[in-house]
Design a protein around this ligand. Structure first.
Ligand code: COA
Length: 258
């Protein structure tokens, strides 16, 4: 891995996009490395949660690498978008919680990367936006779809058509990020949240991610069917028995992921 750093901190895989000279812009290799890191982490039992962030104090990810994008034609432009989309879907459907620690500019592909994560925590200096139209293109890594689903079409269109950058507090107000904290508390806040989630029943956490992320893409009735099926499956697990027993015995549950 040349463009990302990974560190397993007691079960939390911290993936840092590390191209500070270009504000962590995503070239094809960086996207492929992110995809590889998630692919390996998916089946690594030592990974219980992921935090995604950018190197330095200025940027999470300042977008797709414009030097590379400038070379695209109709064919390579489409495959570039498709490759990124596939990896961002793998992040969105990742069976363990993925938190974006948005530590500065999250523009274009960087904003789309944060949108693909399950939860977004931003530092006070963060600036978010989809400025693609200022370059004569549109978001290509799922941004038009995820932004509209998260914020509603009106707000999404305002941001996508204007290309405006918004600050962290506005992003929190409209629901683009979950929470804003001072930069020096960002990683600690994300790690505390990850650890809180990791203390819950891991099978239930995975099922909840699937119910929300897959279920919300289905018609309501099918989403409810998926929810009921996952609910039923969880009822057959040791963890569910332990969770309820622990409640009755007034002690903390010891989940085993079984
Ligand atoms: N792709 C390639 N290089 C990028 C980049 C990107 N998306 N974003 C920043 N860089 C590079 C700059 O070209 C500059 O390189 P240089 O030092 O060789 O000139 C370096 O990163 C620092 O950026 P700079 O523009 O000097 O910093 P700034 O603080 O003045 O502005 C931004 C920061 C984020 C506002 C500005 O860099 C920017 O607008 N970037 C592009 C954002 C964008 O349009 N993203 C969507 C792409 S689809």
């Amino acid at each position: 891995m040349e463009n990302i750093k990974t560190e397993n901190k007691d079960g939390i895989l911290i993936i840092t996009v590390d191209r500070p000279k270009v504000l962590n812009a995503l070239n094809a290799q960086t996207i492929a490395e992110i995809g590889e890191a998630f692919h390996v982490a998916r089946f690594d039992e030592a990974v219980k949660a992921v935090i995604l962030t950018g190197a330095g104090e200025k940027a999470f990810v300042a977008g797709a690498d414009i030097n590379e994008l400038a070379q695209c034609n109709a064919i390579t432009g489409k495959t570039t978008a498709e490759k990124g989309q596939r990896i961002f879907i793998a992040i969105e459907r990742f069976p363990k919680p993925v938190i974006a620690a948005v530590n500065g500019f999250a523009l274009g592909g960087g904003c789309e990367l944060a949108l693909a994560c399950h939860i977004r925590i931003a530092s006070e200096n963060a600036k978010l936006g989809l400025p693609e139209v200022t370059l004569g293109i549109i978001p290509g890594y799922g941004g038009t779809q995820r932004m509209a689903r998260l914020l509603g079409k009106g707000k999404a269109l305002e941001l996508i058509l204007s290309g405006d950058r918004i600050d962290a507090s506005e992003a929190e107000r409209i629901g683009l990020v979950n929470k804003v904290v001072p930069l020096d508390q960002l990683m600690q806040t994300c790690e505390e949240l990850a650890r809180r989630i990791m203390s819950r029943g891991p099978l239930a956490v995975t099922a909840a991610i699937e119910a929300v992320m897959s279920g919300s893409e289905m018609p309501f009735e099918e989403g409810q069917f998926l929810e009921a099926t996952l609910f039923g499956l969880l009822c057959a697990t040791e963890d569910t028995k332990e969770g309820m027993k622990a409640f009755i015995e007034k002690r903390a549950a010891q989940f085993k992921g079984a």
